[in-house]
Design a protein around this ligand. Structure first.
Ligand SMILES: [Zn+2]
Length: 60
């Protein structure tokens, strides 16, 4: 099974709860929580990443 990850970019997210901004990998392999308040910002769902936070910027 080939695992090409063309969308592996860094993404800047803003936590909807505390407005903390943090950068995470575009394809998160594990759940990403806000570093400040602990709110889940992204979680892997069968190969894709579901974002629960606002994406501010996609960084190459
Ligand atoms: Zn937060």
């Amino acid at each position: 099974m080939e695992m090409q990850e063309p969308n592996s970019k860094f993404i800047k997210l803003r936590c909807p709860k505390c407005k903390n901004e943090q950068i995470t990998f575009g394809k998160a392999a594990t759940k990403v929580n806000c570093l400040v308040c602990g709110k889940p910002l992204a979680e892997p769902t069968g190969g894709k990443t579901r974002f629960k936070a606002r994406i501010l910027e996609v960084l190459d």
